[in-house]
Design a protein around this ligand. Structure first.
Ligand SMILES: NC(=O)c1ccc[n+]([C@@H]2O[C@H](COP(=O)([O-])OP(=O)(O)OC[C@H]3O[C@@H](n4cnc5c(N)ncnc54)[C@H](O)[C@@H]3O)[C@@H](O)[C@H]2O)c1
Ligand SMILES: CC(C)[C@H](C(=O)O)[C@@H](O)C(=O)O
Ligand SMILES: [Mg+2]
Length: 361
């Protein structure tokens, strides 16, 4: 059996962190005969530089033909002056949309070894294991019309449209409820139903779908309160489900509960389990090229790939165990470093995970 993985390193720290995740996959591939094959493509700013578009047709074809996609990150100051249609981020939104990856899972798990790395008190975050389910192909990110227009008085006006159809809400609701069913059976739907009609419909559909999952307890929370509750008492949450933009923001907040944004992986899934896997952070231009980025979010993203797309739970568990072993050994990249630990580079962290795999993880 061959399983094709499209590798899209992207920009900034993207190539540095993806190289470490591929190292981990190659190690397991040899060890467990997983049949993985890799082929690389361009996306984002590097694709624009080469082809004049952030999502070249050959990259799209490569991803459509693959069983799974591994992505680093896109974007950076170099491409900020470009017009919107060809900005690196458009490439990422384009591929999510083209592959219909509507269900974005962003787990925020605190590794006990990192309780001190969080800016929150250890007792607030210890034992944290939260899953954010973010709708990824709809909402204000994709709604039409959008743009910047000039009003009759000559003033410019920017506009975007927040839209969700019932079917879009229903399918992300089913994703979230089935995930909650396999966890602690508590789902919190986050919206702004007190102000936005669109999210009033969101709340209605969530409530309707909940009738099909009587074993899951559904609650609703306004997004402003949710952002406050996430830092006040994050362990009250089991699974959160929310719209594209709210999920983007809340997952960065949740990342910090775990010590660093460099720790949060993600899976973006279509209706059939095909997926794209990427860390939730960006291309970190401030540290790119220095070999100091934390590759663990990307390494944990390939664990999600093995679990969700390839149903290789044992291989996925092994990666998570190896990450634990590296952290147990006191190995830390700069973002999660604390006194008394060993500060390592991106590649050394990747090596530590590979060594842990070779040594029994
Ligand atoms: N999925 C993606 O490709 C993605 C996600 C977010 C942002 N971006 C893009 O990335 C660029 C930079 O955005 P930003 O600065 O707002 O967010 P960012 O996530 O790239 O960086 C925010 C901060 O976190 C740090 N950081 C991020 N990942 C890290 C890692 N693995 N290890 C250690 N530190 C890490 C950075 O150094 C920076 O200080 C922008 O062009 C943005 O559009 C891309
Ligand atoms: C780069 C950007 C388009 C992207 C998003 O907003 O979805 C990023 O912030 C993320 O969280 O994956
Ligand atoms: Mg984001």
């Amino acid at each position: 059996m061959t399983r094709k993985i499209a590798i899209l390193p992207g920009d900034g720290i993207g190539p540095e962190i993806v190289a470490e995740a591929v190292k981990v996959l190659e190690c397991l591939n040899t060890d467990m005969d997983l049949g993985l094959e890799f082929e690389s493509g361009l996306i984002g700013g590097c694709a624009y530089d080469e082809h004049g578009t952030p999502l070249p047709q050959q990259t799209l074809d490569l991803c459509k033909a693959a069983d799974a996609v591994l992505l680093g990150a896109v974007g950076g100051p170099k491409w900020e002056p470009l017009e919107h249609a060809v900005r690196p981020e458009r490439g990422l939104l384009g591929i999510r949309s083209e592959l219909e990856l509507f269900s974005n899972l962003r787990p925020a798990i605190l590794y006990p070894q990192l309780a001190d790395a969080s800016t929150l008190k250890a007792e607030v975050v210890s034992g944290l294991n939260l899953m954010i389910v973010r709708e990824l192909t709809g909402g204000i990110y994709f709604g039409q019309p959008r743009g910047v227009r000039t009003l009759a008085n000559g003033e410019k006006q920017g506009y975007n449209t927040l839209v969700y159809s019932e079917s879009e809400i229903r399918r992300i609701a089913h994703s979230a409820f089935s995930i909650a069913q396999k966890r602690n059976k508590r789902l919190c739907s986050v919206d702004k139903a007190n102000v936005l009609e669109c999210t009033e419909l969101w709340r209605e559909v969530m409530t309707e779908v909940s009738k099909e999952y009587p074993d899951v307890e559904l609650s609703h929370m306004y997004v402003d309160n949710a952002s406050m509750q996430l830092v006040r008492a994050p362990k009250q949450f089991d699974v959160m489900v929310t719209s594209n933009m709210f999920g983007d923001i809340l997952s960065d907040t949740a990342a910090m509960l775990t010590g660093s944004i460099g720790m949060l992986p993600s899976a973006s899934l279509d209706a059939n389990g095909k997926g794209m896997y990427e860390p939730i952070h960006g291309s970190a231009p401030d540290i790119a090229g220095r070999g100091v980025a934390n590759p663990l979010a990307t390494i944990l993203s390939v664990a999600m790939m093995l679990r969700y797309t390839f149903a290789e739970a044992t291989a996925a568990d092994r990666i998570e165990k190896a990450v634990n072993a590296a952290l147990d050994a006191g190995i830390r990249t700069a973002d999660i470093y604390s006194e008394g630990k060993q500060k390592v580079s991106t590649a050394e962290m990747g090596d530590a995970v590979v060594n842990a795999l070779k040594n029994g993880a």
